[in-house]
Write a protein that binds this ligand. Structure first.
Ligand code: PMT
Length: 207
């Protein structure tokens, strides 16, 4: 298969030195890219700003903002048979971005934000027979909210993780996830290395 994967955070600049972002390190998405490439698939990895090396054999496109990630996904998706959206895309961005460092005296203490597009929803018209896999990052029991996102975003599989559980979520080497599909099936996996979680997700795609 040709598989498109997004990974890492997006970074939404306010000026050349300040931004809004989140705690994603890219480890889960890069593990997916490695697992897919090792299984013989052709992988395009759209990566937000992270410091990880590119897995062997993977084509990597670096982006910064959610709008740049959407653009890269829109261009790469038509050539792919599956899309795994693992990136923690910022839902909001500053309304304006200054080209020079804002002085404290120029800032009011109120930051005006505008919504970023939802990448999965925006590219849904391109889905066709392609498999779409999403992640749900929740604080607390994740499956109810994950099931809602699965339906809402028209996905074939959602990977639910409680990012407050020990050893799971952001910046860890391991993850504890539940796989949910539209027919109502749920598979809770034990705590395992992100690479092992990734291999399970790639095996699901292959099946
Ligand atoms: O990178 P790590 O440090 O290894 O951490 C891994 C992880 C916690 C980031 C990863 O396991 C994870 O949960 N990724 C999804 C994070 C997320 O944004 O979840 P969400 O529930 O807010 O979004 C649901 C889905 O919609 C996700 O597939 C997301 O990629 C997608 N989305 C979200 C917002 C947006 N504007 N566009 C999107 O496409």
């Amino acid at each position: 298969m040709k598989i498109l994967i997004t990974a890492g955070p997006t970074r939404e600049p306010l000026d050349p030195v300040r931004f809004i972002s989140n705690r994603s390190t890219g480890k889960m998405g890069f593990a997916l890219a490695q697992a897919a490439a090792e299984a013989g698939h052709t992988v395009t990895l759209v990566a937000g700003p992270v410091t990880l090396p590119t897995p062997a054999g993977v084509r990597r496109i670096d982006v910064c903002t959610a709008l740049e990630m959407l653009d890269a996904v829109t261009q790469a998706l038509p050539a792919c048979e599956a899309f795994i959206s693992c990136a923690a895309v910022a839902d909001w961005r500053p309304e304006t971005c200054s080209s020079t460092k804002l002085k404290k005296s120029e800032m009011s203490g109120t930051l005006r934000l505008v919504r970023n597009p939802d990448i999965l929803r925006t590219v849904r018209p391109l889905k066709g027979t392609r498999k779409f896999v999403g992640f749900a990052a929740e604080t607390g029991e994740p499956t109810a909210e994950a099931a809602r996102k699965l339906r809402d975003k028209g996905l074939d599989l959602i990977v639910a993780n409680d990012v407050t559980a020990p050893g799971a979520g952001f910046a860890t080497e391991t993850n504890r996830v539940t796989l949910l599909t539209p027919d109502g099936s749920r598979e809770a996996l034990p705590l395992m290395d992100k690479l092992e979680v990734a291999r399970r997700i790639i095996a699901w795609l292959e099946a």
